[in-house]
Design a protein around this ligand. Structure first.
Ligand code: FE2
Length: 670
């Protein structure tokens, strides 16, 4: 008789306990145990949340190296079936060798579940037939549970699900997250004390009236925005460190459709436009993807969205100021080029149209598509193609947390026919799909990898660009970590080429995420370790740092509505000298639309109490010393960067916190 000591760790999350009977079978290279009921002196308390319990499992003969365990649970007569969250199981052999089986998931049915020993194995390393069989069975089940769905033509594919309850329990929100996260604009309205205004379809009378509503909830930055939103330097600053820090690019020659002249922008003749361009002092923001997009109808009124061109000048005192704005793409007499020397309200209205266009560009392309929808593709491909024992699964699974559910909710509550965005944004409805389709079809791999993106946009030397500075440092730290982990498992390029599971992962991403578009630079297979490391770095960066940069400041920069109008209800001016404070207020969204936007941005900027910060891996999927050491170094480097960022922020008028590793979440979870 051979006795194995089995320790079962039940998770500490809410309702992780099971009162059901639990059975285990140990499967080794040389044999297996019987399916054995786990009984201990603790009785019914053996599988209480947060506890570990020890059991004995006996076999006639030594089963050799333990490859996997089979777990199942069955309800006791008259007690209900429950869901059990298991962290891990450890098996100690008579010769004191310990095998760990990471689980970190719910078991809510009566089926038998197989879990592999923690040592990461690529398919080629999985030489035992039982290991291979278990691997195939796991992927077969995953392919049944996780399917691709075409939500709309031309968009990345998403998870197929008939409703929230049909999402596999392992990818659903925790109880804490669910109970905190009542994802409706009504909740936000309540929190902001704005419920009474939700049906008020009237114009704002003056800025004081907006301020009274805004006062209910503000942040340090949103207060700053309220004070400075009219200033040109702050308008320029937001292209570097606001919600959309990826549009600005160095301008080396003016686009043909933007006929700005020296006389327009350098009125005193003190500077030449071409000189300034050559020196790298001129920058361009071009919203061409918004051109001709069908706009929304809100409160029976057609809304307005423009596709502006904005020219910015880096001044000798390192400010970035707008110097010319053309609101529509095609130059014409009724499409004036506005400049700072125009009347106060001509210039302010022009800037407001730009800010409103930027809201749509940011929310749809920069935030929804380039972080949420891509993160879903990365996650779904991982779940379909990678067994838990694969090193890439272990590396990436923490970066998929909550993404499938948050995106399901976004589709249902933000962009569905009755969604908040559909109802209240100028690009809500048909226009939204046009923008998303155009954005995906023009997306490049370069633009997703921050070091390449910064170089491609020519913004290496722009001063005060903290998104770039923090982002590049974070990319380096993530890259070092990913390289360390993956080079430990892949010793040469051939091993990368030969890993069929890895190749299927990237192939699915290329097909279902980037819709097999040629010419985007997105890899469709990996030929080298280096290519794989770069892509995986991009995945982690996108799901964590990039999402933080474009998500966390939504209320900071959008809470004070005049800085980020989600829609505009008067057409753009066709000549100068017509705008006044009154016409500006008539152009801004109505009270009801404003408060719906504020409430949504408030909810989406909020940090959950079960937030998992970047590099925080409470689930120990890896067991080998090398990856564990690399995780430790990764965490240390993130702490050091966070200290540096906090120190730097002390001297800034507006601190840049969105890429501080202590504020960045591991995954797209909000
Ligand atoms: Fe988000």
């Amino acid at each position: 008789m051979v006795k194995y000591k089995v320790t079962v760790y039940t998770g500490s999350n809410f309702s992780a306990t099971t009162l059901n009977k639990v059975f285990i079978k140990l499967v080794g290279e040389d044999g297996e145990s019987f399916r054995t009921k786990l009984v201990s002196l603790k009785g019914a308390a053996s599988f209480y949340r947060g506890t570990s319990s020890k059991f004995s499992v006996c076999t006639d003969l030594d089963i050799g190296k333990v490859l996997l365990i089979e777990l199942d649970k069955q309800p006791i007569l008259l007690t209900p079936k429950d869901a059990w969250f298991v962290d891990k199981v450890c098996v100690k052999t008579p010769d004191k060798k310990v095998y760990t089986f990471p689980i970190y998931r719910w078991i809510d049915d009566t089926n038998v579940h197989r879990f592999r020993e923690a040592t990461a194995l690529r398919v080629i390393d999985d030489t035992h037939h039982l290991g291979r069989y278990s691997r195939e069975q796991e992927l077969k089940k995953r392919a049944e549970d996780y399917n691709w769905h075409v939500y709309a033509d031309g968009l990345p594919h998403c998870i197929k699900t008939s409703g929230l309850a049909s999402l596999p329990c392992e990818v659903q929100f925790s109880f804490t997250k669910t109970s905190e996260f009542a994802f409706t604009a009504a909740t936000g309205l309540l929190e902001l004390n704005l419920k009474g205004l939700a049906n008020q379809r009237t114009l704002w009378k003056d800025f004081e009236e907006i301020d009274k509503v805004f006062c209910n909830k503000s942040t340090d930055i949103s207060e700053y925005v309220k004070k400075h939103w009219r200033e040109d330097a702050f308008f320029g600053y937001q292209y570097l460190n606001g919600n959309n820090p990826i549009l600005i690019r160095r301008c080396t020659s003016l686009p043909d459709n933007f006929p700005v002249t020296d006389e327009m922008v350098f009125v005193h003749g003190c500077k030449s436009f071409s000189d300034e361009m050559q020196k790298g002092n001129i920058y361009l923001c071009d919203y061409k993807t918004l051109d001709g997009v069908m706009t929304n109808v809100i409160n029976e009124k057609r809304q307005y969205l423009v596709a502006p061109l904005v020219l910015l000048h880096k001044t000798p005192d390192d400010k970035l100021k707008p110097i010319a704005i053309q609101l529509k793409q095609t130059p014409s007499d009724d499409n004036p080029i506005f400049v700072p020397s125009d009347s106060e309200y001509d210039w302010l209205v022009a800037k407001a149209f730009v800010k409103s266009a930027d809201f749509s560009e940011h929310q749809l392309n920069v935030h929804l598509l380039r972080t949420h929808l891509l993160a879903e593709v990365f996650s779904l491909s991982l779940l379909r193609n990678m067994p838990m024992v694969h090193p890439l699964y272990k590396l990436l699974i923490p970066h998929t947390r909550y993404t499938l559910q948050i995106n399901f909710l976004a589709r249902r509550l933000l962009i569905s026919d009755t969604g908040v965005f559909t109802q209240f944004a100028s690009s809500g409805g048909k226009g939204m799909f046009t923008i998303l389709r155009r954005s995906l079809s023009s997306m490049t791999y370069t633009s997703l990898c921050i070091p390449d993106d910064i170089a491609e946009r020519g913004v290496e030397s722009l001063p005060n660009y903290y998104y770039r500075d923090d982002g590049l440092r974070l990319w380096d730290i993530i890259h070092r970590f990913v390289k360390g982990v993956l080079s430990y498992y892949y010793k040469n390029d051939q091993e990368v080429k030969d890993d069929v599971e890895l190749q299927k992962w990237i192939q699915d991403i290329y097909e279902h995420g980037f819709l097999s578009q040629d010419g985007t630079g997105i890899p469709q297979s990996f030929s080298t370790v280096e290519e794989m490391v770069k892509f995986v770095t991009m995945v982690i960066f996108t799901c964590s740092a990039q999402h933080g940069a474009v998500n966390s400041g939504q209320y900071d920069y959008g809470g004070w509505m005049p800085n980020t109008p989600i829609t505009l209800q008067q057409p753009p001016p066709i000549k100068k000298g017509t705008a006044t404070e009154a016409s500006f207020l008539q152009t801004l969204p109505n009270v009801d639309t404003t408060v719906q936007g504020m409430a949504t941005m408030w909810l989406l900027s909020r940090q959950s109490s079960d937030f998992a910060g970047l590099g925080c891996y409470p689930d120990f999927h890896f067991s080998e010393e090398k990856p564990l050491n690399l995780i430790h170094t990764f965490q240390e480097e993130l702490i050091q960067l966070s200290i540096k960022i906090k120190e730097r922020n002390k001297s800034l008028e507006v601190p840049y916190t969105y890429m501080d590793p202590s504020e960045v979440e591991n995954s797209v979870a909000i």
